[in-house]
Design a protein around this ligand. Sequence first.
Ligand SMILES: NC(=O)c1ccc[n+]([C@@H]2O[C@H](COP(=O)([O-])OP(=O)(O)OC[C@H]3O[C@@H](n4cnc5c(N)ncnc54)[C@H](OP(=O)(O)O)[C@@H]3O)[C@@H](O)[C@H]2O)c1
Length: 275
Amino acid sequence: MQAPTTTMTDGRDLPLIGLGTYPMDDAEAAEAVRCALDIGYRLVDTAASYGNEAGVGQGIAMSDVPRDEVVVTTKLRGEHQGYEATLRAFGESRQRLGVEYVDLYLIHWPLPRLDLYVDSWKAMIKLRDDGLVNSLGVSNFMPEQITRLVDETGVGPVVNQIELHPHFVQEDMRAFDAEHGIVTEGWQPLARKTDLLSQPEITEIAERHSVTPGQVVLRWHVQSGVVPIPKSGNPQRQRENLDVFGFVLSEAEMARVADRAQVRGGGEPDTHEEF
Ligand SMILES: NC(=O)c1ccc[n+]([C@@H]2O[C@H](COP(=O)([O-])OP(=O)(O)OC[C@H]3O[C@@H](n4cnc5c(N)ncnc54)[C@H](OP(=O)(O)O)[C@@H]3O)[C@@H](O)[C@H]2O)c1
């Protein structure tokens, strides 16, 4: 079982579902990643700030899946923004992961107060030009910040990973990303801090399709053109979360899934201080 892929503007393929790994520790991440890859996942999401890059790397090494079939994503943490600091931090991430190259490297948060994300981006372009990173992306970026990256470097991100779930559908940001050929990845896709999965609208649709509430929500992401990265350390739920390509939600069901109060659950991109 594998997710289909989409082709990013840099010509690389990205699976339509990935595995999140926050807040796993190294041991949990190693086992979860090994298991997920053997089930069929080919996209894995970690970050320097999760403290589990070594575990993620061990999981990749332990699985039977060849390294070049896995899209390994990691992220630059706030305290390492800036040109030289980004180069150093990337080297440390690469070492912890135990990989020759990283497939997708993201700036974790823009931290506009520091005003270093353009310098960080320039370092990331060098890493790509040096063959150490395949694809460059951002996370939690707003339109004006992406526009600035393009204006000042001529290079735009191929991915923007943002908070996205039926309680926070981010229509404007998704439209901006789509207009600029940027793939939107959705973090916290199952809205883990809410009771979304037990809401009657979701459970009714799940019963109708003989699937689980989690599958309904992940199918909603895929049909919305979003790449979700659900976290699970449980093999059964990992399998379930990848198995959403055998049914289709009607237009009315799509609308019903997202017909709820819109509330951001995590940090505000313009002010969130992630170090
Ligand atoms: N870029 C950013 O700023 C940012 C911020 C937050 C997160 N992320 C990334 O996004 C990933 C996903 O977000 P998240 O982990 O916060 O939330 P999430 O994926 O929405 O939810 C994960 C939670 O749901 C449970 N779960 C998983 N599949 C399920 C299913 N089918 N049915 C019921 N429960 C299920 C998991 O428990 P079990 O493990 O027990 O299955 C876990 O407690 C993170 O792991 C991380 O990689 C990025």
